[in-house]
Design a protein around this ligand. Structure first.
Ligand SMILES: [Zn+2]
Length: 273
């Protein structure tokens, strides 16, 4: 297979997703990250499109600011603006709040230091026997770090992991540790270094007023993250290549919308979590 050459226009395309594994695609196969093999395959094959979520636009808005392309982003997305009523022509309230989140980041010197460098850097390399693609939000190899920018509801809270029966923080729950580990490893491979850059995450919350933080990951965290990917990768590869049949979770949007009941449940089979 001739590999597709990645650029900013095709990075998120279906073709790129077929050719390359990404961290979000990997997680979309795993139930422990709310993924589903059947849903992941339907999405890769173009049979299923995930519902458009406003939260994605908010994330893109803040990322466009980091990249220095916010004006173009606003011009390309008229739906960010109110079209009727007294506020017609103005940014919708949630995107005005994104501006507040951006101001929060801009007014913290350490955040601006962490987000400095080259923006939206695309890399690809072979890892665990398949090609991966990554996009680094901010890249400073000379300082020895890279940073990923995250917008999220809040940083508090614990999440119940039904698979292993423990509470997790948001880093483990959303697999951000895997993401940072794979990014560090791909960057290391591409540049033929024996040491990793230190992954940083700059987080800004959608709370009013927003909270923000910078979190870094050390070498132990990178090793653990890669270990988790290694544990699941053969199954994901087998399903993606068509060698194994994708399992249905019967819970996700895709499974619910294509569900056919095969057996009638006894009332005592219902689970509470
Ligand atoms: Zn499913």
């Amino acid at each position: 297979m001739i590999l597709l050459k990645l650029n900013k226009n095709n990075y998120f395309s279906q073709e790129a997703n077929r050719h390359y594994m990404s961290v979000s695609q990997f997680k979309s196969f795993l139930p422990s990250y709310s993924g589903c093999e059947a849903g992941a395959m339907a999405s890769i094959n173009g049979e299923w499109e995930r519902a458009h979520v406003v939260a994605f636009d908010e994330g893109h808005y803040v990322h466009a600011w980091n990249e220095g392309t916010l004006d173009e982003f606003k011009a390309d997305n008229p739906h960010l603006f109110a079209s009727t009523g007294k506020t017609a022509g103005q940014l919708k309230a949630n995107f005005q709040h994104c501006n507040t989140m951006i101001e929060t980041l801009e007014s913290d010197p350490l955040v601006m230091k962490a987000l400095d460098g080259e923006k939206e850097v695309i890399m690809s390399a072979e890892l665990f026997g398949i090609e991966w693609k990554v996009m680094l939000d901010s890249y400073q190899p000379q300082t020895g770090i890279f940073a990923d920018l995250k917008t999220m509801k809040e940083m508090d809270g614990k999440f119940w992991n039904t698979e292993i029966g423990v509470y997790e923080n948001f880093i483990d729950h959303y697999g951000y540790n895997l993401q940072m580990a794979v990014y560090a490893e791909i960057e290391r491979i591409v540049h033929g270094r024996d040491k990793w850059l230190l992954p940083h995450m700059v987080i800004v919350t959608k709370q009013k007023p927003p909270d923000h933080d910078i979190i870094y990951f050390d070498y132990d965290a990178i090793e653990q993250g890669l270990h988790i990917v290694g544990k699941h990768i053969e199954r994901v590869k087998a399903v993606k290549s068509g060698a194994a049949h994708p399992a249905r979770c019967e819970k996700c949007d895709y499974c619910r919308s294509t569900k056919k009941i095969k057996t009638i449940k006894h009332f005592s089979e219902l689970k509470f979590y």
